[in-house]
Design a protein around this ligand. Structure first.
Ligand code: GLA
Length: 397
């Protein structure tokens, strides 16, 4: 008997309730954790994420009336539109909320972006039901997981046979233009190209990838995720502002993107920009270097050599990029004080999760120490679990 996750069963049941018949298929895609390389993706730099075992499921059946109907275990009501109307709904104007409930914009946005790239016959439509075991708002890319599951489902239902990088680009377009979150390509690529035993090194300019074995298991190490339960959103506020500062910094340096600058450019940058912009730029430039150093250290010295790089990455996000929050700092400090090899916040920041690289034998003691520190500080109880590199999208049923 094969294992059926609760979320997979929930997606199947929801679709069956919606349409009165069992789905034609169920597809899923993973969330991700980022080992290192934060806010470097939209600067055309480097990242080192891996897909995790938590997945989002899309149960789906084709329709022949040119309509798309989506339901989710997160919402009371399904949303239904004609595919022709998608062109009137999207793109969502910058800084505005989508014209449909936000959760449905991830799904409808994928259908819209897919049709823009690979026109389908007018009568093609779909019924889709979503359920997920990727924690939402935790910085583990629940959104990329939805996009990946839906893109995989529609690709097969509409017989498009698009390659994984194209599906990742479709997911990113849905997120940027339908949901209105000005994010980079890391999350969709990490989800689409997930591997069962390695991280994915991604050059966000060329979209070239390389599999990088983490070596965690052989060294008896675990990657602990500490979800602070502080919810964040990248559609508004800080994320957009950070991105604008990076673009301004690149312009002042006279380069296409911060990818084209190195640590040797920092003295020149100091003469060209205000202190805040300089610190934003310094984070991105040094973080790109830390990603390259991490890839190198993993290959030549093994995972125990990356601790200082993770710690330096966190300090840079806390002090220069200013995207950490007290809960993330406490998670990192407590994990380090209890023997973690390295720790940092992961994802876009302003909430979400921290990661800690720890000995397999100290999972319980570090988890307990962090939970206690949160309770002592009066913070909400964190959700703490380990993650393992996992495969990308697949058809489950
Ligand atoms: C979010 C975005 C990504 C990336 C990270 C920060 O996860 O979706 O594109 O910018 O933040 O590294």
């Amino acid at each position: 008997m094969t294992h059926t996750s609760t979320a997979q069963a929930a997606a199947r049941d929801l679709l069956t309730t919606l349409t009165g018949t069992a789905p034609q298929g169920i597809w899923s895609a993973p969330g991700r954790v980022n080992l290192i390389g934060e806010h470097t993706d939209y600067n055309e730099g480097f990242v080192l994420p891996f897909a995790i075992q938590h997945r989002t499921y899309a149960a789906a059946s084709p329709r022949e009336d040119g309509r798309i109907r989506v339901a989710s275990t997160f919402a009371d009501e399904p949303v239904e539109v004609s595919l022709d109307d998608l062109g009137r709904l999207f793109p969502t104007p910058a800084g505005k909320a989508p014209a449909v409930p936000e959760w449905s914009a991830y799904v409808l946005g994928v259908a819209w972006a897919m049709r823009a790239l690979a026109p389908t016959p007018a009568e093609h439509g779909a019924d889709i039901a979503i359920a997920s075991d990727v924690p939402v708002g935790a910085g583990l890319s629940s959104s990329a997981a939805i996009e990946g599951a839906v893109a995989s489902a529609l690709d097969e239902l509409w017989q498009l046979n698009l390659d994984p990088v194209t599906l990742a680009q479709i997911g990113r377009r849905a997120e940027n233009e339908a949901v209105g979150a000005p994010t980079g390509i890391m999350d969709q690529m990490a989800s689409m190209l997930g591997l069962p035993d390695a991280a994915t090194f991604l050059d966000c300019r060329t979209l070239e990838t390389r599999s990088v074995p983490t070596g965690f298991t052989a060294e008896h190490l675990e990657l602990l995720v500490i979800d602070t339960q502080v919810k964040h959103s990248h559609s508004t506020g800080g994320y957009r502002e950070r991105r604008a500062s990076c673009e301004q910094g690149a312009e002042l340096l006279g380069i296409r993107s911060l990818r084209d600058a190195g640590v040797e450019d920092l003295p020149r940058a100091a003469d060209l920009m205000d202190d805040v912009t300089l610190r934003r730029v310094r984070h991105v430039i040094t973080e790109n270097q830390r990603v390259l150093d991490t890839v190198d250290a993993l290959a030549t010295q093994g995972p125990r050599a990356v601790g200082d790089l993770l710690v330096a990455s966190h300090a840079s996000m806390r002090d220069d990029f200013e995207i950490s929050v007290p809960e993330l700092d406490l998670a990192v400090e407590t994990a380090l004080a209890h023997g973690a090899i390295g720790a940092r916040m992961t994802g876009g920041g302003f909430g979400g999760a921290a990661i800690a690289l720890i000995e397999h034998a100290s999972v319980a003691s570090v988890s307990d120490a962090v939970a206690r520190a949160f309770s002592d500080a009066g913070f909400a109880a964190p959700h703490i679990f380990t993650v393992q590199p996992s495969g990308g999208p697949r058809r489950d049923a």
